[in-house]
Design a protein around this ligand. Structure first.
Ligand code: ATP
Ligand code: MG
Length: 334
């Protein structure tokens, strides 16, 4: 996992990173949302402007909670709450994730938090939730996140039970593109599942929970089976793994979105493990053949045999059904 830390801000026992600028490359997408670059001395710009030229935020000084108007709670996490919030100066809307240092330290998760901040702050892609910046006070750490107006994919799936081919294929294309970007930066997500996917204004997917939920599985699925369902064989067998684990996870996701439950779901943990290791994949006859083809090419025991991301985007079923719309700023750049 790529991680660059050039210093730290000490506060109690919790050390937070000073972010280093990520090397720019051809895949750094321009953003619709105004950029608030990570607050390292080298990465700071005096002022940030929106695409319309309006000044959004003054990055000369570190932000504090007084810079925000706090709105309704968006949800409750394990270590704190997430609120809708607005920057007083620019009226820019964000999601403010408030984490309690005491809880993070109690669980020994300082390292994971540092990693979440390091990784997510450096990823800029239309299908990855932006982490614009962070700040902290004596008791809390605040993550300034892109606001995802349509909430969690998990909740949508609970409501509608399944998604149609169009929606699922669109999500597969979005995820394949976002993961291509991540893998080029040597970032493996390792925990793609509906709980970690948020939805943007137009329903586009936004990958969240980088380097964080890997070690803190969400408690929202009541049984442990829920969290086991997305585990690739090499992680169950504790073998060394690489970015191909993400291909397995999106294969499981594609199946769950179309069928309504994940492919290896079983009454017991042992049975789930056994079915994953055997790749005991059974398709309901109602599942379209094109989707069956894609899923069976992703759910391969051997990581090297899994369909590469570029070929997911070109897969005939994805091409036939995806209705992906890129934000205008990305369309112009490409
Ligand atoms: P963790 O990430 O610590 O494993 P979690 O995913 O359960 O825990 P949070 O990430 O803290 O919890 O988020 C809590 C809830 O807030 C989510 O379930 C989601 O509904 C909402 N939420 C989080 N971030 C955003 C966001 N950027 N935009 C909109 N809603 C969000
Ligand atoms: Mg989360």
């Amino acid at each position: 996992m790529m991680q660059e830390t050039c210093g730290s801000l000490a506060s109690g026992n919790l050390q937070l990173p000073l972010l280093t600028p990520w090397p720019t490359d051809s895949l750094s997408f321009p953003h619709q949302a105004p950029s608030m670059e990570p607050a390292s001395p080298s990465a700071c710009t005096p002022t940030e402007k929106s695409t319309t030229g309006k000044k959004i935020i003054n990055n000369k000084r570190r932000l504090t909670i007084d810079d925000f108007e706090i709105g309704r709670p968006l949800g409750k996490g394990k270590f704190g709450n997430v609120y809708l919030a607005r920057l007083k100066e620019s009226h820019f809307i964000v999601a403010l994730k408030v984490l309690f240092k005491s809880q993070i330290e109690k669980e020994g998760l300082e390292h994971q938090l540092r990693r979440e901040i390091e990784i997510q702050a450096h990823l800029q892609h239309p299908n990855i939730l932006r982490l614009y910046n962070y700040f902290h006070d004596a008791r809390r750490v605040y993550l300034i996140l892109e606001y995802a107006p349509r909430g969690e994919l998990y909740k949508e799936l609970q409501k509608s039970h399944t998604l149609d081919e169009q929606h699922t294929a669109t999500i597969m294309e979005e995820l394949a593109d976002a993961l291509t970007y991540c893998h080029e930066k040597k970032v493996i997500h390792r925990d793609i599942k509906p709980e970690n996917l948020l939805l943007g204004f137009k329903g586009e997917v936004k990958i969240a929970d980088f380097g964080w939920s890997v070690h803190t599985p969400s408690l929202r699925r009541k049984t442990m089976c829920g969290t086991l369902d997305y585990l690739p064989p090499e992680m169950i067998e504790r073998r060394t793994y690489n970015e191909k684990v993400d291909l397995w996870c999106i294969g499981v996701l594609c199946y769950e979105l179309l069928v309504g439950y994940p492919p290896f779901e079983s009454p017991s943990h042992n049975e789930t493990y056994r079915r994953i290791l055997k790749v005991d994949l059974r398709f309901p006859p109602s599942l379209p053949l094109g989707a069956q083809d894609l899923v069976s090419k992703l759910l391969r025991y051997q990581p090297l045999e899994r369909l590469p991301l570029a070929q997911i985007m070109e897969h005939p079923w994805v091409r036939a059904h995806s209705r992906r719309v890129l934000p205008p700023s990305v369309q112009m750049a490409s």
